[in-house]
Design a protein around this ligand. Structure first.
Ligand SMILES: [Zn+2]
Length: 355
């Protein structure tokens, strides 16, 4: 792509709500992921609710396929290299012989200063780069938990991290730095219920087990993680269904959008872009009539009506807390945080009373 082409492509990441609603697949040139357009939530738009945020990295760098821009890893990487790479490389590098470490709030050096670059400290771990520009992860004592031998390393999540080798092939290592999934994939994601998603060179997704062996072949355009024994998958027509851990399709790909099962029910979006819920037999037990919904938590799920107001339904689909809140969080220990029209944060109980 020429610089001009890249510039005009990035224009599609602004004020793009209509374009995205007319797209099947989207790509983000910040995290370089491709994903179905239905992954972008009703309230994932900023800038007067017209600019989409990436559902995977929260950056406003999303382009839909209705723009005419080819949505694939190669194109997204080209755009990213022009838009972000030069910036992020210079930001952290200091003087040539200046070695970086990390200090805590008291000024004590927590990670000894021997690295060329040190990333942010997240949950007690930081990404580091050595003089050869190889990347690894150190703990608070400066101990290399993931040795500096990788081209790039993702964050440690649930004891696993994505790594890329010199050929930019992706794999997964555990928190001891041991390779669990060898670097032979275009992309890989975290483990959930013993299986991790991997993407092959044709940009199709499948699953590997804890030995890195493929157990569900890479045939899907997109997959979510396994949850309650099922994973949401997207076929070539960008329609959503569910597979079990044997790779069998247990709920056919007939939905325009879907999210993970929780408490036995999964959100689904119909052709009119309205959300409801299905059970594990695929039956549409709560009709699709909401602008958006959240997963069930403690028997209640958030629903958003056409006026962008938040309420809660029970597992029978009955609206038990009316849609009158400006924002709402899922219930936890019998309580949920909501905010009113004036953006006051309040706590409510399961009857909708303010406590
Ligand atoms: Zn992204």
């Amino acid at each position: 792509m020429t610089k001009e082409e890249i510039k005009s492509a990035t224009k599609h990441s602004l004020y793009n709500k209509n374009e995205i609603e007319n797209s099947k697949m989207c790509g983000c040139y910040y995290c370089k992921s491709t994903f179905p357009a239905s992954m972008i939530r009703y309230d994932d738009y900023i800038g007067g609710e017209w600019t989409a945020l990436c559902p995977l990295c929260n950056v406003d760098a999303v382009i839909g396929d209705a723009s005419g821009v080819p949505i694939n890893k190669k194109v997204l990487t080209e755009i990213s290299n022009v838009m972000f790479e030069s910036e992020s490389l210079t930001a952290n590098v200091q003087d040539e012989d200046d070695k970086n470490g990390l200090i805590d709030e008291q000024g004590t050096e927590t990670i000894p200063g021997k690295w060329k670059r040190v990333g942010y400290l997240i949950d007690g771990f930081a990404k580091v780069w050595n003089d050869d520009n190889k990347c690894g992860i150190v703990d608070m004592d400066g101990k290399e938990v993931i040795p500096c031998i990788w081209k790039s390393v993702g964050s440690l999540i649930d004891g696993f991290a994505k790594v890329w080798n010199d050929d930019y092939k992706c794999g997964i290592v555990d928190k001891n730095g041991e390779v669990v999934v060898p670097c032979i994939w275009l992309d890989a994601e975290r483990f959930s219920e013993g299986l991790a998603t991997v993407q092959n060179d044709e940009e199709k997704w499948g699953f590997v087990d804890m030995n890195g062996e493929i157990v569900i072949p890479c045939t899907w355009k997109y997959t979510n993680y396994f949850n309650e024994g099922l994973a949401a998958v997207v076929n070539d027509d960008v329609m959503w269904g569910f597979i079990d851990k044997n790779g069998q399709t247990v709920i056919p790909c007939i939905w325009k959008g879907s999210r993970d099962f929780s408490e036995g029910l999964a959100p689904v979006m119909n052709d009119d872009r309205k959300w409801g819920f299905i059970d594990k037999n695929g039956e549409n037990v709560i009709p699709c009539k909401w602008s958006d919904v959240e997963y069930f938590s403690e028997g209640l799920a958030i629903v958003i009506d056409e006026n962008r107001k938040y309420g809660y339904i029970n597992m029978e689909g009955k609206l038990v807390i009316p849609c009158k809140w400006d924002y709402a969080d899922p219930f936890k220990n019998g309580q949920a945080r909501v905010s009113d029209d004036d953006r006051n944060e309040l706590t409510i109980d399961k009857s909708g009373n303010i406590i």
